[in-house]
Design a binder for this molecule. Structure first.
Ligand code: PGA
Length: 255
């Protein structure tokens, strides 16, 4: 199979203040302007989306949101709709991040509702899956990640898959410094790709679905991880807050 174009996401989570968010966006444009080999999306916190969006509007960096509500409008105090995100220039959304699943209590059903709503609204979706440390210790990794994948993508058509990216993010690796080994990452990614192909794409579109690895990605482990056949990019948390680290991670994906 041909190498897929790398896709790297920066998930800024609930970090940075406005000045820092703007400075980081400007510095990333500066550092990444000559790089045309990969797709890059940054996901600031909601209050900064519009202003970061203006800064990156003329660049190749895309704007993503960390969350949204699946309804289009109405009495949903505190929530943000996809059309509001589109208004400020976002066209990518994260869905099912482990912090939303495990800290904020999102179920697979909620994740699926969001995936379907986002695809319907012409957003690209990064669907996150990953096992906890306990599930891994019990050898449940395969069951957990394939279950999250299939339930998250329920009723997604093979055609819509071209707007889906999967992020394999073992929960025990997020923000801990414990990165999956290239071998573990490759095994999980290969399994996810086969499951996509057999059960959702009916043999067609699955090879074109990019699968990011996430969980303590740093400049010094990015090179060996991206060398894995089925690792097509990264979803980066902590290291995406540092312009040099994130830029080096993006540069590591040049084949
Ligand atoms: P991390 O976070 O890179 O800080 O481990 C990854 C993520 O949560 O997407």
């Amino acid at each position: 199979m041909d190498q897929l174009r790398p896709f790297i996401g920066g998930n800024w989570k609930m970090n940075l203040h406005l000045d820092q968010a703007r400075d980081l966006a400007r510095a990333l444009i500066e550092n990444l302007q000559q790089l045309h080999h990969a797709d890059v999306v940054i996901c600031p916190a909601f209050p900064y989306l519009a202003q970061v969006g203006v800064i990156i509007a003329e660049s190749t960096i895309r704007l993503g949101a960390q969350d949204f509500y699946h309804q289009s409008n109405g009495a949903f105090t505190g929530e943000v709709s996809l059309s509001m995100l589109a208004d400020v220039g976002a066209d990518v959304v994260l869905v099912g991040h482990s912090e939303r699943r495990h800290v904020l209590g999102e179920s697979d059903a909620t994740v699926n509702e969001k995936v379907l709503a986002a695809l319907d609204a012409d957003f690209d979706v990064i669907l996150c899956v990953g096992e906890t440390g306990e599930q891994r210790a019990q050898n449940h990794t395969e069951k957990i990640i394939c279950g999250q994948l299939l339930r998250g993508l329920a009723n997604v058509s093979p055609e819509q898959l071209s707007h889906v990216t999967i992020a394999y993010e073992p929960v025990w690796a997020i923000g801990t410094g414990n990165t999956a080994t290239p071998n573990d990452a490759q095994n999980a990614h290969q399994l996810l790709r086969h499951t996509l192909k057999d059960q959702i794409a009916q043999g067609n579109a699955a090879p074109a679905v990019r699968i990011q690895y996430g969980g303590s990605v740093k400049p010094d482990n990015a090179v060996e991880l991206i060398a894995c056949e089925d690792v097509d990019g990264f979803l980066v948390g902590g290291a995406s807050l540092n312009v040099d680290d994130f830029s080096q991670i993006v540069k590591a994906t040049v084949s």
